[in-house]
Each structure stands twice: as C-alpha cells, then as structure tokens.
Design a protein around this ligand. Structure first.
Ligand SMILES: O=P(O)(O)O[C@H]1O[C@H](CO)[C@@H](O)[C@H]1O
Ligand SMILES: O=c1cc[nH]c(=O)[nH]1
Length: 235
C-alpha cells in the first residue's frame, strides 16, 4: 500500500475517476462497475476497481481541497501507475448563464492556492490546464449523448466559504464559469508526472441565485457527469 491508499500493487486500474466525496465513489462503483471490489478503506476514502463496458476502471475518493486531492493524485500516479484521472465533482456557478445541475468541463483552472506559487518560487503564475485529448473526447461523448456540457475556465479555491464574493463576480467578468476546490492541483500534478487529467463538474450551488442541491443529491444524482466521464475514460 501507499501512505494513504490501502491497495496492493496491481489492484488499481490505469484509468481512475476521482470524486471528492468517497460515498460518491461508492455510488459510482455500485451503479456503473461490474465486479467492483473495494481496494481501500483507509481514512474511509474509499477506492474501487471493476470494469466498465469491459474496460478495467477504478474510482477513488479524493477528499475536499487541494492538499487532500494532491495526496491521492500523487500516490495514484507514482505508486500505482495510474495514467488517466478524471475528476467528477460538484461546483458553484459564478454566472447566470449556468443553471443548477448543468455539467461543466474545466479547460483550465485559476486558483488562489499558494501551492503553485511555492512550486515556482513565486516567480511564475503557472496555468494548470486539462489534457486536450481527454477534453476533446469528453466533448464528443457529451454531444453523442445529447448532453449540453459547457467548456471553460473555472476557479479552484482553497476556501469553500468566501469573504470576497466580489472576486467571484470579477472572475465571472473574465469568463470563469464556476468554483470548486481541487482542479488546479490535479492538473498540475498530472502535468508534473506525465499523466492525463480532466475535471468534469455538476453545478450543485448557484452563487448568483442562491439555489443549492441537497447532500444526498450531491452523492447520487450526478449521472450525466459520471456517464460522460466513464465513456471518456474508456475511449
Ligand atoms: O463534490 P466534490 O467532488 O467534493 O467537489 C466540491 O465539493 C466540495 C465542497 O463542498 C469540494 O471538494 C469541492 O471541490
Ligand atoms: O467548491 C465548491 C463546490 C460546490 N459549491 C461551491 O460553492 N463550492
């Protein structure tokens, strides 16, 4: 096992879906994978491997925020040979052009995290971006499935609760669609270790209208996003 994942060598597939919520990982495994086997319960951050349409695939919870997601992305790639990571998460919409439950693919990720500033000695504003091939495939899959998926930049924020909603409005002026808490770290770590990464999100909260989904919906009802991610992962 690695420091935070209790799998034996070979128990994790090369392609992994990564929700923040470990119970969403369980739900995805139970609903979409055949012969799903739980390979890790360390910290209750569940991971499962099974097959989807005959292709071996894993689902691993990553927790909330960039420090947690960084640990799982790092260990999946470096300790288990994972080469494809697709985050399936929830997000807050920053623009009225998005509705609750819309699906968003993150082409790039702005961030207020200090992790990349530290990585580049505060001298470079590194631009974390999605793998182009995965992004293109996800767009094709969404079109094929008749799902309207928005593609654009998002914000990966360190804090869920903000004192500066004015900055969300300013980001929206610059085309940033939504806020979540992991994508910048995921894209950066994947780039560093030559893996492919993509973030697909469902709008669970709306910053402009105040609407929100329930915790149960966040765990279970993001099927369109999950199905796009599964088809993209095995393409
Ligand atoms: O639904 P998940 O994947 O956890 O993603 C979002 O939800 C959490 C906050 O509620 C953060 O992890 C954020 O990125
Ligand atoms: O990070 C997140 C995730 C969902 N909704 C938000 O407002 N923020």
């Amino acid at each position: 096992m690695s420091t935070h994942i209790g799998a034996k060598p070979g128990e994790i597939a090369e392609r992994v879906l990564m929700p923040g919520d470990p119970l969403r990982a369980k739900w995805i495994a139970e609903h979409y994978l055949e012969d799903a086997k739980c390979y890790s319960t360390v910290r209750s951050m569940f991971g499962f491997t099974g097959t989807y349409q005959g292709v071996r695939l894993s689902v691993q919870g990553s927790g909330m925020g960039m420090p947690s997601a960084s640990i799982y992305a790092h260990e999946l790639i470096n300790d288990y040979g994972v080469n494809t990571l697709i985050r399936v998460g929830s997000c807050g919409a920053l623009t009225e052009s998005l509705k609750l439950r819309d699906v968003v693919a993150a082409i790039g990720s702005a961030t207020d995290s200090n992790m990349n500033r530290a990585r580049f000695d505060g001298l470079i504003d590194y631009a974390p971006v999605a793998d182009f091939g995965l992004l293109r495939t996800s767009v094709e899959v969404a079109e094929r499935r008749g799902i309207q998926m928005r593609v654009g930049p998002i914000l990966a924020a360190d804090a869920f609760y903000t004192d500066r909603p004015d900055l969300y409005d300013r980001l929206a002026d610059y085309g940033v669609l939504a806020v979540e808490m992991e994508s910048a770290a995921l894209y950066t770590i994947a780039a560093r270790f030559k893996a492919r990464a993509l973030t697909i999100l469902t709008v669970s909260d709306h910053m402009k209208t105040g609407e929100r989904t329930t915790a149960e919906e966040r765990e279970r009802t993001f099927a369109e996003m999950v199905e796009i991610a599964l088809d993209t992962a095995i393409a």
